[in-house]
Design a protein around this ligand. Structure first.
Ligand code: FEO
Length: 171
C-alpha cells in the first residue's frame, strides 16, 4: 500500500476512534442528567463511529497496509446543556469532514484510485452527519431552553436513531 495513503488512513482511524470515544462521553453525560433519549442517540452514534473506524482498519489490512490501533485519552467530561453537546458534535463532524477531504486529496495526489473510490462512502456519510447535527441544533434553537420543549426533544431524539441505522451500508 502507498505509504502516504497508509499514513493518512491511520490518522483517519484515530479520528474515527476518538469520535466514538467523544460521543460515548456525551452519551454517558446525557444519561447521568436524565436525557435518556439523547443518551440512546449518542450511544448509537458512538457505535457508528466505531464501525467507521473498523471499515478503515479492515480496508488497510486487506490492501496489505499496516494498521496502528490508537490509544485514546479519557477524562471527566461534562457539559452545560444539550446545546453545548450538539455544538461540540457538529464541530467534531466538521473536523472529520475536513480530514476526509484531505484523505481524498492524498489519494488523488498518489493516484490511488481504489482508496479514492473506497472513501466516497465517507464523503456521503459526512454530508448526512453534518446535516443531522445542524437540524438538531436548529430544533434546540427553537426550543430556546424551554423545559417542556427539551422534554419532547429528548423523547423524539430516540427516533432519529432509526434513520441513522437505515443509512448504514449493507456490508
Ligand atoms: Fe465517522 Fe461522524 O465521522
Amino acid at each position: 500500500m502507498n505509504k502516504k495513503v497508509e499514513e493518512i488512513l491511520n490518522k483517519q482511524i484515530e479520528l474515527e476512534a476518538s469520535s466514538s470515544h467523544h460521543y460515548l462521553a456525551m452519551a454517558s453525560w446525557a444519561e447521568s442528567v436524565g436525557y435518556g433519549g439523547t443518551a440512546d442517540f449518542l450511544y448509537l452514534h458512538s457505535d457508528e463511529e466505531r464501525q467507521h473506524m473498523l471499515r478503515l482498519v479492515k480496508f488497510v489490512n486487506e490492501r496489505g497496509g499496516k494498521v496502528v490501533i490508537p490509544s485514546l485519552a479519557g477524562g471527566d467530561i461534562s457539559f452545560n446543556g444539550l446545546d453545548e453537546v450538539f455544538q461540540s458534535l457538529l464541530e467534531h463532524e466538521v473536523e472529520v469532514t475536513n480530514a476526509i477531504n484531505e484523505v481524498v486529496h492524498v489519494c488523488l495526489e498518489q493516484k490511488d484510485y481504489t482508496t479514492h473510490n473506497f472513501m466516497q462512502w465517507y464523503v456521503s456519510e459526512q454530508l448526512e452527519e453534518e446535516a443531522l447535527a445542524r437540524s438538531i441544533l436548529d430544533k434546540l434553537s427553537l426550543i430556546d431552553g424551554n423545559k417542556g420543549g427539551l422534554y419532547l426533544f429528548d423523547r423524539d431524539l430516540a427516533n432519529f436513531k432509526v434513520d441513522s441505522i437505515a443509512n448504514e451500508p449493507n456490508e
